[in-house]
Design a protein around this ligand. Structure first.
Ligand SMILES: [Fe+2]
Length: 199
């Protein structure tokens, strides 16, 4: 009973707000996508290119917040690579929302939170992934497994400030590639489960 209330207290206080929402689209639609968000006051904040799973990942932000480098963030991932898991999503389900990311309070113990969530029935495709940017700010992320192969999933993101009180800003190419590695493995597992069922 004591354990149960401790679990609830970890989970209850962890999520603060939406960190970002990321979409996938056809490579040729990038400009139109950005234009549609610019109409609503968003601008390109950062753009990174992944290498292991080549793609462009673009963060569009709007507004400002004293605790954060932005108020709202919309992400877009696009690639020319026909074999990319991004285009696999677009091919199977069409362009759209790939993942929402919930922001986790930096005071929460992310590993403990994942343990409690797993005990409550959540299924993750990654452990807690930790990264540090060149300015010393840190980010922890964990990703909930998709229920459809190459389908949508959920992220939990925790950002830690560096000594200058600057939070981890935007995306990191290593974490995106690490995520895609797990996403492909998990999607293959879902695909094979489906094939076994329909055989
Ligand atoms: Fe994300």
């Amino acid at each position: 009973m004591q354990n149960q209330s401790k679990n609830h207290s970890v989970i209850n206080r962890a999520i603060r707000h939406i960190d970002h929402i990321t979409y996938v689209d056809h490579y040729s639609h990038e400009k139109d996508f950005i234009h549609r968000w610019e109409v609503m006051g968003f601008h390109e904040h950062v753009r990174v290119h992944t290498e292991r799973y080549p793609a462009s990942h673009i963060a569009l932000t709007s507004g400002s917040n004293p605790d954060f480098p932005w108020e709202t963030m919309t992400g877009l991932s696009v690639t020319k690579d026909p074999k990319s898991p991004i285009n696999e999503f677009v091919k199977r389900y069409g362009p759209g929302l790939q993942h929402p990311a919930y922001n986790v309070d930096p005071v929460a113990d992310m590993e403990e939170l994942q343990k409690e969530l797993v005990a409550s029935g959540w299924v993750f495709m990654t452990p807690v992934l930790t990264y540090e940017d060149s300015n010393g700010a840190k980010m922890k992320q964990m990703f909930v497994a998709p229920t459809l192969p190459y389908g949508p999933f959920v992220e939990f993101a925790q950002r830690f400030e560096n000594a200058k009180r600057e939070p981890f800003d935007g995306f990191d190419v290593r974490n995106i590639d690490d995520l895609y590695e797990e996403y492909i493995q998990y999607s293959k597992h879902l695909d094979s489960k489906h094939h076994r069922r329909s055989a």
